[in-house]
Design a protein around this ligand. Sequence first.
Ligand code: SME
Length: 175
Amino acid sequence: MINFNRKMSESIKINKALPDGEIYAIILKQVNAILNPEEPLISNLANVTAVLKESFGKISWVGFYLEKNGKLFLGPFQGKVACTVIENGKGVCGTSLVQRKTLIVEDVDKFPGHIACDSGSRSEIVLPLVKDKKIYGVLDLDSYNLSAFNEVDKNNLELLCDLLTKKLPFEKLVL
Ligand code: SME
């Protein structure tokens, strides 16, 4: 069992001045080390949001929306209070859910139907969480900067989502 301790808290301090690709390389190793499939999925996902939020200055909000009966419900997150339910096909999250693909939105004002939980948000990336052909939800990251997310984020966050779906028992998730 991995318990939170001082060493672990110190180990997730990352130099935010590093290039994003280097930060992701560190994060991927750390997340792999702290995930514990024997502990509840929600607990594991909560720590993943903390690692991401602590590692990048550009992230204003990061969290999971989890699927139930075709809707997305707010899961573990870091940031301001957010919308609790997103309908299938609505917003960036609901669109990523339906299309089962990563969406990079460089300017949220140009995405028809974007759901503004925080009026300060300017750009966004949303990644689907797919395991054994079933979709369990999405990972959503927002920024107060325009065009904050690019292919480096996409490639690395897709690796992160693969790690999560491979290592954690999403199939046992009950909302
Ligand atoms: N902007 C998202 C909604 C979730 S918040 O960003 C936390 C969307 O359009 O789906």
